[in-house]
Design a protein around this ligand. Structure first.
Ligand code: SAH
Ligand code: SF4
Ligand code: F3S
Length: 454
């Protein structure tokens, strides 16, 4: 047995993920690489030999939660020393001031790396073991896209698939272009190869990931492939029943993609279409490059083409300079659009972004008051949309047994509604007909039906 094998034999690792689907998928890839190295994954941080924190710079309080949880590990590290390895990675590490804070206040952290080089994790760990030195390796931007990394999926029957990395949009509040670098699309043939492998491994549903999938441009010998072309290519793969994607920037959503919703049965009838604000002045300051009316027109066009489509959004409250009138424009747009659901965010300063430098920041109490009013409007619309499902029979992909209610399953409709339902044993991972019998703000309830009478 070599030195390396000996060292890595049955080491246990634990990963905590703080961010979005892309962050979650990076964690799946890190887990895949470590399992390939002979390590085993554990749910219990206490018993782990290696702990990895995959951080986020956007989510509310994700930074505070990260530092809080990291601090709790100091005691274990002081006791176990080299036998215990602490790694931190993800979007926060792409911000120099965060790396500086860790070096200064948490000097016992062993490995620091960023979003562009997660594939280097095994090497960073090996170097640590042989040389006993701290490994800091944060790349400023993505170099070549690294293909063929293994991933340990959260679910057997569904998977995330990155189709592009980075973002070129520079919305004035957002840190992502700085933490994830410039837009880079994967080659269509690499994506097709990955999805074929996933299908062969039992995956039925794929979610294509990118900060702005509408600007996907895959280049290969055959020419250029845009996002709608890619969907058609993936829909041809046998075994894949459902295709979803995240996220769409309204400014780039093409008619060709709307046609794909109509033409392609496998493309789920659900779209996440972040609006961010309903006031033209705020949208301009946010650098979103559309007006509220452009957005309304787009939603009308989508609904005219695909009447049953579910639409969700992201909204930021309290962007610098937002007046009461601006906020009311947002409320008006939310009420008109009747979203199926919305992620609502309190604007928070992200160091290094243009909006952070503005002096007209909205006072916290004003932000909170507006936030509560917005959530009320969103919830009202979600409840109404969900209620309309009662009596319908929906195809539900079963994720597993319900966490909230014993003896029930949970799964998702084509339109991404969460359903808790009762049914016979062994349904996990299958697509089954479910009769919807009840609805509340965030989910539906139901029971398995004999057949699909849609
Ligand atoms: N690329 C995606 C979303 C990336 S971040 C898109 O463009 O839609 C996810 C969401 O976080 C954003 O849509 C925005 O609503 C929110 N967000 C980003 N930066 C924020 C900030 N500084 N304060 C509050 N919310 C923010
Ligand atoms: Fe951030 Fe805007 Fe890019 Fe989305 S499109 S990641 S909000 S800069
Ligand atoms: Fe995602 Fe957070 Fe990074 S939302 S892209 S993990 S900053």
């Amino acid at each position: 047995m070599t030195y390396k094998e000996n060292f890595s034999d049955k080491k246990k690792f634990h990963i905590t993920t703080f961010g979005c689907q892309m962050n979650e998928h990076d964690s799946e890839i890190m887990a895949g690489m470590l399992i390939e190295k002979g390590y085993v994954q554990t749910d219990n941080r206490e018993e782990a030999d290696i702990v990895i924190f995959n951080t986020c710079s956007v989510r509310e309080n994700a930074d505070k939660r990260f530092f809080g949880t990291l601090g709790q590990l100091k005691h274990k590290k002081m006791q176990q020393k080299e036998a215990f390895t602490v790694c931190v990675c993800g979007c926060m590490m792409q911000q120099q001031h965060v790396v500086d804070t860790i070096k200064e206040k948490y000097p016992w952290v062993d490995v620091i790396f960023g979003t562009h080089n997660i594939h280097e994790l095994p090497k960073l760990l090996d170097n640590l073991h042989t040389e006993q030195i701290k490994q800091i390796d944060v790349w400023e931007d993505g170099r070549e896209i690294v293909e063929d990394l293994p991933a340990k999926r959260l679910f057997r029957h569904k998977s995330f698939v990155n189709i592009m990395y980075g973002c070129n949009n520079f919305c004035s509040y957002c840190i992502v272009p700085y933490t994830r670098g410039r837009e880079r699309s994967r080659k269509p043939e690499d994506i097709v190869k990955e999805v074929r492998m996933l299908a062969a491994d039992g995956v039925k549903e794929i979610t294509l990931l990118g900060q702005n999938v509408n600007s996907y441009r895959g280049r290969s010998d055959a020419g250029e492939t845009d996002f709608a072309d890619l969907i058609y290519m993936l829909a041809d793969i046998e075994g894949i029943d459902r295709i979803r994607f995240m996220t769409s920037h309204p400014k780039d959503l093409s008619d060709k993609l709307i046609d794909a919703f109509r033409n392609c049965d496998k493309l789920c009838k659900y779209i996440h279409l972040p609006v961010q604000a309903g006031s033209d002045a705020v949208l301009k300051d946010m650098n979103r490059k559309y007006t509220a009316d452009d957005y309304r027109t787009l939603v009308k066009k989508i609904r005219a083409a695909v009447p049953e489509i579910a639409i969700s959004t992201d909204i930021i409250v309290g962007f610098p300079g937002e007046t009461e009138e601006d906020f009311e424009e947002t409320l008006k747009l939310v009420r008109e659009t009747e979203y199926d659901s919305a992620f609502t965010f309190l604007y928070s300063i992200r160091k290094g972004t243009p909006a952070a430098r503005r002096e007209d920041q909205v006072p916290e109490e004003v932000k909170h008051h507006r936030f509560n009013r917005l959530v009320e409007a969103v919830n009202e619309s979600s409840a109404k949309k969900n209620h309309a499902y009662i009596g319908r029979i929906e195809r539900v992909l079963v994720d597993g047994t319900s966490r909230s209610k014993e003896g029930t399953y949970e799964g998702r409709t084509d339109s991404f509604k969460l359903v808790n339902f009762t049914g016979e044993a062994g349904l996990e991972g299958k697509i089954v007909p479910v009769k919807i019998t009840g609805a509340n703000t965030f989910s539906l309830t139901g029971e398995t039906a004999d057949s699909l009478k849609l």
